[in-house]
Ligand binder design. Structure first.
Ligand code: NOJ
Length: 741
C-alpha cells in the first residue's frame, strides 16, 4: 500500500493496537493452547496481547507460518499481519561454516552471494526477518560467542563482512525477494569483561567508536532494516535502555530509520541490571531509548499504554515505533500477501538443492585453515595411498554442522567418515571414535542444556577404555592417523565462556597414545574459538582448523586432506599460547615499553612466563604452495587530501601447485594526538595464482584511510608520518614510510 494508505491504517489503530505492534512473542503463544499453563502464562500475556502482537519469534515451516498467519488474521480487527522473525544465522537448512569459519575465507563477495541463497531458502519456508549478522568485535577467546563473528578481532574485516552479509540477505528486498536483516548485538557485546557471558562492557568512547562500532555501522550503511540491542551495559547503562547509543548514535548520527528490537527478554533484565525498579519503569526506559520491539516479555504489552495515558511516555513515541514496524511489513508486501514467500512447494524445490550444496562446500573448502604441515598433507588417495585410520569423537559425527545451525537438514550433511568412504571406498580405511568429546566431569560443566540437546541421541554403551583400545588397535595398523578432535558444541556459543582454552584432556591423551605408536598424525579440529594448542602441536605432523564447517563439512575436509583443494583459509583471531593471554589481538596500542630495539629485558610490556604474541597471528594460514611478496613500492611518499598514493607489491606463488593468498595491507600512524595501534588492517585482496605465477597487487592509500577519533573526539586525519605494511599475515610484513600533508 502507499505511505498514505499506511498512515490511514495506523490512524484507525487504538493505542493498545499500536503497542501490540511492538510486542514479539514466541510461537507457542499462538498455538491456541491453554493460556493458564502454556508459554503465554510464563510471561504473563493475555489473549488480547496475543491477538494484537506484531511479530513471532523462531517459527518457520511454510505451512505452519501460513496457518499461524491465517489464524492470527482471523482474530485481528484491522488485519495487520504478523512478521515472522527467526535465527537464520549461517544458513537455513543448507549451512555454511559457522561465522568464525566464514571470516577465514576473507572472501566477502562469496558470502554475499551465499547469503542470498540462504535468504531464498529461509523465505520459502516462511522467514521474513533474520537475526543475522552478528558482528560484535571479539578479542577475548574466552567468550563463547566468538564463534558467531565473521570479522574476528578486526574492525575493518568485520565491517566488510557485515556489509556483505546484509547485502546478501536483502538482495531484492522490496521486490519480493530476500529477507530483512537484523544486525546484532548493538553494541560492544564482544567486549564483556573477562569473556564472561552477559557481563559488563566498559571502555573509552574513543575506543568504542574506533574499534567496536564500525561493523554495525557498515551493516546499517548497507541497509540493514533492523538492529538488535545487546545484553551488556555501555558506559554503565544497559544497551536496551541506552538512549545515547540507540537514539543519538544509531538514529541521529547514522540516520538509521529501521526498527530496534531487544535481545531476548532484555527489557525485563533492566530490573536485574538495577536500572529499573519494575517492569513499568523498564518499559519506559526502553521506549525512551527508542527501542521499538520487546522480544519475548510482556513489559511493553502490560505497561506502554498505561504509561502513555499517565503522560509518562508520549503517544508520539509509540506512534513512531509502530510506524517503523508497519513500514517494514509494508515494504515486504505483507498487506497484499501476508505469507511473504512462504511456499511449501518452492521450499521443497530449492531446499538443499545442488546449487546450495555446491556453494556451502566451496565456502567450507575456503574456510579451513591449515595451521601446521610438515609435509604429510595432502594425503595420497590413489594407488600409493597410505593405510589410514580415521579416529576421534568427530570422525563420524554430524554435530560438525555446528550448534547454531538449528534448522540444518542433517540428511544432507556427510560426516568425515562418509566423505572418506566416497574417496577411499567403505573398506579403504579404518574408523573408530577413540573417546567421547568430553568425559563425565566435562559434560557436567555444560549443565542441563546438554542433556536436553542429547535427548533421544543413541548412547554409546562402551567404556572409555574400550573406545581407546579399539582406536589404538586401528592406529597400530595404519601409516597415517587422522584425528578428528575438538570442543563440545556447547563449549562455545551463547553462555559458552571458558577459562581453559585447551582441547578436552582425554582427546589430547588419545593423540599422545597415537603419537607414541610412531604414526604420522593429522589433527582436524572442530571448535568455535582460537584454542591453546601447545600440547597438540608437538604431537601432530599436520593440524587443520575446521571450525564448525557446516553441511558440507565432511566433504570439505576430504577435499583439503586429499589435495583436491589447496587450503586458503586465514585466521581472523590470534591463537594464544596460553589461555591467560586473553584478550589478545594484533592491533594493540603502542605502549611506553613495547619490546623492540629500545626496550629489551624485563621491563617491557608483557609477561614473565609467556610471550606477548600468540602462537598463530591474525591473517595466518598455510597452503600446499609457498608464496612470497617482493618489490613493495609506494607510488609516492606523500599523501594529501586530494592526492592518494598506490601501494603495490608482487605476489609470487613459489610452489608447484595453484593456490590462493590473501595479501594484507596494514598501516601505522607514528605520531598522533592520541596513542595509535601498532598495526591496523586497511585493505586485503584474495588472489588465486597458478604454480610459479606472479601478480602485482595494489592498494590505494588516501587521506580517508588515515582518519581516526582524534583527541578532541572529532573523526579525521592528522598530518604526520606513517608506515605502510604488506604481508601474507599480520606478523611478517614488508614496510615503507610515507607521510600525510
Ligand atoms: C538470544 C541471542 O543473544 C540472540 O543472538 C538471538 O538472536 C536471540 N536470542 C533470539 O533467539
Amino acid at each position: 500500500m502507499t505511505s498514505d494508505e499506511l498512515r490511514a491504517l495506523m490512524s484507525q489503530m487504538t493505542l493498545e493496537e499500536k503497542v501490540g505492534q511492538l510486542v514479539q512473542l514466541d510461537g507457542g503463544c499462538f498455538g491456541g493452547g491453554d493460556l493458564a499453563t502454556g508459554p503465554a502464562a510464563k510471561i504473563g500475556v493475555t489473549q488480547d496481547d496475543i491477538d494484537r502482537a506484531g511479530s513471532v519469534l523462531n517459527v518457520l515451516g511454510a505451512d505452519q507460518v501460513r496457518e499461524m498467519q491465517d489464524r492470527y488474521l482471523s482474530r485481528s480487527r484491522l488485519r495487520v499481519p504478523l512478521l515472522f522473525m527467526a535465527d537464520v544465522i549461517y544458513g537455513y537448512q543448507t549451512c555454511y561454516p559457522s561465522p568464525i569459519g566464514i571470516g577465514c575465507t576473507w572472501d566477502p563477495d562469496a558470502i554475499r552471494a551465499g547469503y542470498t541463497l540462504v535468504a531464498e531458502e529461509a523465505a520459502a519456508d516462511g522467514c521474513m526477518v533474520t537475526f543475522s549478522p552478528a558482528v560484535d568485535l571479539v578479542r577475548d577467546a574466552r567468550w563463547g560467542r566468538v564463534v558467531e563473528m565473521p570479522g574476528g578481532e578486526d574492525p575493518y574485516l568485520g565491517a566488510r563482512f557485515a556489509a556483505a552479509m546484509v547485502e546478501g540477505f536483502q538482495d531484492g528486498l522490496g521486490e519480493g525477494r530476500g529477507v530483512a536483516s537484523c544486525v546484532k548485538h548493538f553494541a560492544g557485546y564482544g567486549a564483556v569483561e573477562g569473556g564472561r557471558e552477559y557481563n559488563t562492557v566498559d571502555m573509552s568512547e574513543r575506543r568504542f567508536r574506533q574499534d567496536y562500532l564500525p561493523p554495525y555501522k557498515a551493516a546499517v550503511d548497507a541497509g540493514a532494516r533492523m538492529v538488535m540491542t545487546s545484553f551488556n551495559t555501555v558506559d554503565e547503562v544497559p544497551a536496551t535502555a541506552n538512549k545515547w547509543l540507540m537514539d543519538d548514535v544509531l538514529r541521529g548520527e547514522w540516520g538509521f530509520e529501521g526498527s530496534i528490537i531487544t535481545d531476548y527478554a532484555a527489557i525485563l533484565e533492566l530490573i536485574n541490571h538495577g536500572v529499573a525498579a519494575d517492569e513499568r519503569q523498564a518499559a519506559k526506559l526502553a521506549i525512551d531509548a527508542t527501542v521499538d520491539i520487546d522480544m519475548k516479555t510482556n513489559c511493553y504489552a502490560a505497561n506502554l499504554a498505561d504509561l502513555v495515558r499517565a503522560g509518562e511516555v508520549s503517544e508520539a513515541a509509540v506512534d513512531a515505533a509502530c510506524w517503523r514496524v508497519l513500514t517494514l511489513k509494508n515494504e515486504l508486501g505483507l498487506f497484499e500477501n501476508p505469507y511473504y514467500q512462504a511456499d511449501a512447494l518452492r521450499a521443497a524445490e530449492i531446499t538443499c538443492n545442488e546449487e546450495r550444496l555446491a556453494s556451502v562446500r566451496a565456502v567450507a573448502d575456503n574456510a579451513l585453515v591449515l595451521l601446521k604441515n610438515d609435509g604429510v598433507l595432502p594425503l595420497d588417495s590413489g594407488e600409493d595411498a597410505p593405510r589410514i585410520a580415521l579416529i576421534g569423537p568427530y570422525a563420524d559425527s554430524k554435530d560438525i554442522v555446528g550448534m547454531w545451525a538449528i534448522h540444518a537438514n542433517r540428511a544432507y550433511s556427510h560426516t568425515v567418515r562418509e566423505a572418506f568412504s566416497e574417496e577411499l571406498g567403505e573398506d579403504g580405511f579404518g574408523c573408530a571414535k577413540g573417546c567421547p568429546v568430553l568425559d563425565e566431569a566435562g559434560m557436567a560443566t555444560l549443565g542441563e542444556f546438554a542433556a536436553y540437546l542429547a535427548k533421544g541421541a543413541p548412547v554409546d554403551p562402551r567404556t572409555p577404555e574400550e573406545l581407546e583400545a579399539e582406536a589404538l588397535a586401528m592406529a597400530a595398523e595404519a601409516d597415517v592417523v587422522v584425528l578428528c578432535l575438538g570442543e563440545h558444541q556447547l563449549q562455545s556459543g551463547e553462555a559458552g565462556a571458558r577459562t581453559d582454552l585447551t582441547l578436552p584432556h582425554q582427546q589430547v591423551e588419545l593423540l599422545r597414545r597415537v603419537h607414541e605408536l610412531g604414526k604420522r598424525t593429522v589433527v582436524v579440529l572442530f571448535n568455535g574459538r582460537p584454542l591453546v594448542l601447545e600440547d597438540v602441536l608437538p604431537l601432530a605432523d599436520a593440524v587443520v582448523e575446521a571450525w564448525w564447517p557446516g553441511t558440507a563439512g565432511g566433504n570439505a575436509i576430504a577435499d583439503v586432506l586429499f589435495g583436491r583443494v589447496n587450503p586458503s583459509g586465514r585466521l581472523t583471531m590470534t591463537f594464544p599460547v596460553s589461555s591467560a593471554q586473553a584478550p589478545l589481538y594484533y592491533g594493540q596500542f603502542a605502549t611506553g615499553r613495547l619490546a623492540g630495539k629500545n626496550h629489551t629485558g624485563r621491563f617491557v610490556t608483557g609477561y614473565l612466563d609467556a610471550p606477548i604474541d600468540g602462537r598463530f597471528p591474525f591473517g595466518y594460514g598455510l597452503s600446499y604452495h609457498t608464496a612470497e611478496l617482493t618489490d613493495f613500492a609506494l607510488s609516492g611518499d606523500v599523501v594529501t587530501a586530494d592526492a592518494p598514493i598506490e601501494a603495490s607489491v608482487t605476489l609470487t606463488n613459489t610452489g608447484d601447485v595453484a593456490g590462493s593468498e590473501v595479501v594484507q595491507l596494514y598501516l601505522r600512524d607514528l605520531v598522533g594526538s592520541v596513542v595509535r595501534p601498532v598495526k591496523e588492517l586497511k585493505g586485503f585482496c584474495k588472489v588465486a595464482l597458478e604454480a610459479g605465477e606472479s601478480r602485482r597487487v595494489s592498494f590505494t592509500i588516501d587521506e580517508e584511510l588515515l582518519r581516526f577519533w582524534r583527541r578532541d573526539m572529532t573523526f579525521g586525519s592528522e598530518p604526520g608520518d606513517f608506515v605502510a605494511m604488506v604481508g601474507l599475515n599480520s606478523r611478517d610484513v614488508l614496510e615503507l614510510p610515507f607521510s600525510l600533508r
